[in-house]
Write a protein that binds this ligand. Structure first.
Ligand SMILES: *Cc1c(COP(=O)(O)O)cnc(C)c1O
Length: 405
């Protein structure tokens, strides 16, 4: 491991030499020749959209996470919308969710004209705090939408307990957590419905794409209809032979949220490498921990007992009391060193849309807001080399030592 520098180096932001020559992004996909081959094979086949690859990908992903059903969608956001619909969210209903997420998690509740109700997070994992959730339950609450922040599973045992006593649907936004384990079970096999994203920065990339996994056949059927205009194909099977060729029925108001055969072929090919890529992410997290654990001015992510995170993000928190600069200054200094740090997330209730519509004010969710002021996501993707990890550690040491007080 690099030795801590005793003198303060000239930062790149002040005209010094950056730790890296080129920018290391915070996340990115890796596409191999096998992936390219899988996609070109589909392009030469009879199917571009709904063909054999869709069902194949759904079945493979369901089996991999340990769920009975998986329904693909054109994005993680569309999949969240599907889950909100299948959960029965409607005007007048409330769904409790976390402010420490990407806006899409809360938006899907609004798509159903229901109300997203935020609850504060636990200080260690930045996942929904069950006690805060309990305080927000009303007779109108229909669902809890928990996010596995950074890839660390939310406290689903507590969420399921709450939901059992109040008749709520538990939806897990596991867009960060494909492959995360909780007491030996993979995300996707625990909640009533679990949502995944296949955006290029996530564990498995299909360009755009998403999936809902569930053990409930009724949810799966509703999800399939919802993503295909609300069309039921059961009617085709009921009709006489002659009419069977053209008959279908639209039974609910759905959307075109289908995922293409092209994307599913890429997904199937990427799925073969998921296990290996997860191992690499865990290795990178372990290397970060060894390299950074001596830096007193930062706090590394916590892992609760019984949990094996999927490490979509590696979010550190600055101990601002020990630093003479704020998060913005340290962020800019790291970027100048060519480390593509990012921030996840601006708490959702503080976005102008949510402020204007719900009159949310700063200070309502103090744990999430205090965390936000200190958070910096370090680069984390499976194709990072050990040298890349060392560059990040070196840049952090350089910048943190410069601003240490
Ligand atoms: C990526 C992500 C989404 C949205 O997924 P898309 O596939 O980009 O639509 C939703 N929630 C969380 C927490 C995410 O990280």
């Amino acid at each position: 491991m690099p030795v801590l520098p005793m003198t303060r180096e000239l930062l790149a932001i002040d005209g010094g030499t950056p730790v890296r020559k080129t920018l290391l992004p915070y996340g990115r996909q890796s596409i191999g020749e096998d992936d390219i081959q899988a996609v070109t094979d589909v392009l030469r086949s009879d199917w571009l959209t709904t063909g054999p690859k869709v069902a194949e990908f759904e079945e493979a992903l369901a089996a991999w996470v340990g769920a009975k059903h998986a329904v693909s969608f054109s994005s993680g956001t569309a999949a969240l919308h599907g889950a909100a619909f299948a959960a029965g969210l409607k005007p007048g209903d409330e769904a409790i969710t976390t402010p420490m997420t990407f806006a899409a998690t809360a938006n899907c509740v609004l798509y159903q004209a229901a109300a997203p109700i935020f609850a504060d997070v636990s200080a260690d994992t930045l996942n929904l705090d069950p006690e805060q959730v309990a305080k927000r339950i009303t007779p109108r609450t229909r669902a809890v939408l928990a996010v596995d922040y950074a890839g660390h599973p939310a406290d689903l045992d507590a969420m399921k307990e709450l939901s059992a006593s109040h008749g709520l649907v538990v939806i897990e936004d596991a867009c960060h957590a494909l492959g995360a384990e909780h007491k030996g079970r993979r995300a996707g096999s625990i909640a009533d419905m679990t949502v995944f994203s296949f955006h290029p920065v996530k564990h498995l990339a299909t360009g755009e794409g998403g999936m809902v996994t569930t053990d409930r056949a009724d949810y799966a059927e509703t999800l399939r209809r919802f993503r295909n205009h609300g069309i039921s194909t059961d009617a085709r099977q009921r009709q006489s032979q002659s009419e069977a060729q053209w008959h279908y029925e639209m039974v609910l108001l759905g959307f075109n949220y289908r995922l293409t055969d092209i994307a599913c072929a890429l997904g199937l090919s990427q799925l073969k490498k998921l296990e290996k890529n997860l191992l690499r992410r865990r290795e990178i997290a372990a290397r970060y921990e060894v390299a950074l654990c001596d830096l007193k001015a930062i706090t590394l992510p916590t892992v609760r007992p019984g949990v094996n995170p999927a490490w979509h993000l590696y979010p550190i928190r600055l101990n601002l009391e020990r630093l003479s600069a704020d998060r913005g200054k340290i962020f800019r200094a790291l970027r100048a060193e060519n480390i593509g740090v990012n921030v996840h997330y601006i708490p959702v209730h503080l976005h102008p849309y949510y402020r204007d519509r719900f009159g949310n004010r700063a200070g309502e969710y103090p744990i999430a807001e205090a965390a936000y002021a200190r958070l910096i996501s370090l680069p984390m993707f499976h194709a990072m080399s050990d040298g890349d990890v060392e560059d990040v550690a070196r840049a952090l040491q350089k910048v943190i030592h410069h601003f240490a007080r």
